[in-house]
Design a protein around this ligand. Structure first.
Ligand code: RFL
Ligand code: PHB
Length: 390
């Protein structure tokens, strides 16, 4: 097989790039290790920046998002019983975020790829990039007993944190920065009306909690749990009761509970790999960087990588201009680190750390008090939450 751009990973990053390039006449093949059903079964992000939404529209995939997604102009921070609103609209110069599930967005991208007869190969086993430093790189994968080879100009590593792409960069070239948090988030999806029309991020000494939503009939809740906990340790009843204890009484009283339709634990991690380019391989999204979900930045960080790569590849193929490709890693990383900083800040502000000193807790309280006493601090929070410009 032959293509111009071979994309490893059929998550939101890979699919979005494939769709955008196709619309500019650039040929791609997407190789995905899992089945489509598996990819669509993962419940992940729920909050999109406007920049991401704009990219979805440019990819001709924004119709359902615009119809069914909710525009949110603010969210709440609960601090041991007190509920305070962050006015995103006011403090970001009129901006907002879109609440639309990653599952739905991925479904829309798959449908768009189908409509244009884009090549997305599922259940591709043992995917491996080769000869990345040569002018003729290629990617192989296994389909049963057969090894298939795809010749290409460029390889895009959009295969998430556990993918093969990053691992194919030599150790003496790759630098990795990592911070692992001593807790995870236990998430529950339930077919119940959301407790609040806007998200509630709750700080509590028993641990952080988040009330989010996918629609007016589908809620997503999270609680901070120790890394030693497993999903089996948490019955639905135990989850709801712990969530209620961490929310202000007025919110807990409104909470409608029901059976969980998905329950999973995600460990919290910050991670950046540098550089994001190695010869003809370009990393994008979770393959290159991970943030704890507290600031809702993960998918949105992937979106800026895709935006830069898309424009760089179009400039290369349409005008022979390689400045975008050459500057990709530095440009993408500059924004990635800002998303890292914000996610770390919000995580540190709102979680209970098992080894924290009294001093740390006093500082955390002071940071929150300062936030709600200072318009400048709220402006900074809002500017980061709605997304820094690409
Ligand atoms: P993905 O989604 O991990 O997709 C990578 C794809 O690559 C495939 N793959 C391979 N394919 C071929 N060969 C291999 N060797 C392969 N290895 C892996 C995988 O099967 C997969 O399909 O990465 P991508 O596309 O970069 O997208 C990143 C986002 O998924 C991620 O950043 C967000 O979900 C993070 N995130 C959030 N981001 C936000 O912007 N807003 C949020 O509100 C938000 N909430 C969240 C989140 C992530 C969470 N978890 C579970 C980590 C909430 C949670 C709980
Ligand atoms: C979600 O709805 O899954 C979600 C929302 C906001 C976050 C993280 C996750 O910060």
């Amino acid at each position: 097989m032959k293509t111009q751009v071979c994309i490893i990973g059929g998550g939101p990053s890979g699919l979005l790039l494939s769709q955008l390039l196709h619309l500019k006449g650039i040929d791609t093949v997407v190789l995905e290790r899992q089945s489509r059903e598996y990819v669509l079964g993962r419940i992940r992000a729920g909050v999109l920046e406007h920049g991401f939404a704009a990219l979805m529209r440019e990819a001709q995939c924004g119709e359902r998002m615009d119809r069914e997604g909710e525009i949110h102009e603010g969210f709440f921070i609960a601090d041991h019983g007190a509920l305070k609103r962050v006015d995103l609209h006011k403090y970001s110069g009129g901006s907002s975020v879109v609440v639309y599930g990653q599952t739905e967005l991925t479904k829309d991208l798959y449908e768009a790829r189908d409509r244009l007869r884009g090549q997305v190969i599922h259940n591709a086993e043992d995917v491996q990039p080769h000869d990345l430093k040569s002018a003729h790189p290629y990617v192989t994968y296994r389909n049963g007993d057969e090894i298939v080879r795809i010749d290409c100009d460029y390889v895009i590593g959009a295969d998430g944190f556990h993918g093969v792409s990053r691992k194919s960069i030599p150790k003496d070239v790759l630098r990795e920065y990592e911070k692992v948090y001593p807790f995870g988030w236990l998430g529950v999806l339930s077919r119940t009306p959301p407790v609040s029309p806007e998200l509630v991020y709750a700080r509590h000494e028993r641990g952080f909690a988040l009330c989010s939503l996918r629609s007016q009939v589908l809620s997503r809740y999270y609680i901070q749990v120790p890394l030693s906990d497993s999903v089996e340790d948490w019955s639905d009843e135990a989850f709801w009761s712990e969530l209620k204890r961490r929310l202000p009484a007025e919110v807990a009283a409104r909470l409608v509970t029901g059976p969980s339709i998905e329950k999973s634990i995600a460990p919290l991690r910050s991670f950046v790999a540098e550089p994001m380019r190695y010869s003809n391989l370009f990393l994008a999204g979770d393959a290159a960087h991970i943030v704890p979900p507290t600031g809702a930045r993960g998918l949105n960080s992937a979106a800026s990588d895709i935006y830069y790569l898309y424009h760089a590849l179009v400039a290369h193929y349409q005008r022979g201009d390689d400045r975008g490709l050459d500057g990709y890693s530095a440009k993408a990383l500059a924004r990635v680190w800002k998303a890292q900083r914000f996610s770390w800040w919000m995580t540190t502000l709102l979680h209970t750390f098992p080894d924290s000193l009294d001093y740390d807790r006093q500082l955390q309280q002071t940071e929150l008090d300062y936030l709600f006493s200072s318009e400048a601090a709220q402006r900074s929070l809002a500017e980061n939450y709605v997304g820094l410009p690409f």
